[in-house]
Design a protein. Structure first.
Length: 245
């Protein structure tokens, strides 16, 4: 029996659009609960997708385990039930790191570049997590000026982000999935260590089937307003492929 067997779930620490964070009897550990909500456009578009939380909990678990085994430091400790994970408590750095391997989404509009152009070494962008400002794209100088982070920490995170992208691109390609782009977040632990946090799932990534180029992610809801069954089946397909050797 390990020490995590004695973890007791306490009060809700915070609740977002798709996840709920619970405190525990250990001040340095939290429980992340994946909800069944699917949201887009800063929460303006929203549906209830039964059992999506179960799929995202499992998908995130598999990806974080893979990254951990590849030497990436993450907040993830273990999956504790079908909707919940035990994680190290971190203070989230209010920056979204978006990594792009193929031009699409907001990059295509912003730069006026045709979709589906491959970006050989990837492009990293940072967005300031601020609902009132609708998460604007910022640069390193803005982030440091805002007092969010230092240049040293940013450089450290950029090197981890590149590493994660290289690992995940191959990981997904082996599952016949193109990792088009994705968003990740980092937090600081009580030891001031920077850990990959939050989730990596079809809610936060663009996944295209390698053969058909069909979407297997939240764009089915965000852009195409597909039926719930179709969205669920695509998330399920991602999970099925991750479970294949
Ligand atoms: P974008 O093309 O809309 O900027 O999205 C880039 C990637 O980041 C895409 O995989 C979706 C993900 N993303 C999130 O997970 N959360 C967000 O709030 C945004 C804007 C994007």
């Amino acid at each position: 029996m390990n020490q995590n067997s004695f973890i007791i779930k306490k009060s809700v620490f915070s609740e977002g659009k798709t996840k709920k964070i619970y405190l525990t009897n250990d001040p340095f550990k939290i429980i992340v609960h994946h909800k069944d909500n699917l949201t887009a456009l800063n929460g303006l578009k929203k549906i209830f997708l039964l059992d999506k939380g179960i799929l995202n909990n499992e998908i995130t678990t598999l990806i974080f385990r893979f990254l951990h085994s590849s030497g990436i430091k993450t907040h993830f400790i273990q999956k504790i039930n079908n909707r919940e994970q035990l994680c190290h408590k971190v203070q989230i750095i209010p920056l979204e790191f978006v990594i792009r391997n193929v031009v699409t989404g907001s990059l295509s509009n912003r730069l006026g570049i045709k979709e589906e152009k491959i970006i050989p070494n990837g492009i990293i962008e940072i967005f300031y997590k601020n609902d009132t400002l609708e998460d604007p794209l910022i640069n390193d100088n803005h982030a440091v000026f805002l007092g969010i982070i230092s240049y040293e920490e940013l450089n450290y995170i950029y090197s981890i982000v590149k590493n994660i992208n290289n690992l995940l691109k191959i990981y997904f390609l082996n599952k016949n999935i193109i990792l088009v782009d994705f968003k990740i977040e980092f937090g600081r632990s009580h030891k001031n260590e920077i850990l990959l946090s939050d989730e990596i799932s079809p809610d936060t990534c663009r996944f295209w089937d390698k053969k058909t180029m069909k979407k297997l992610d939240k764009d089915l809801f965000r852009l195409e307003s597909q039926k719930k069954d179709k969205i669920f089946d695509s998330y399920m397909e991602v999970l099925k492929r991750l479970n294949q050797e």
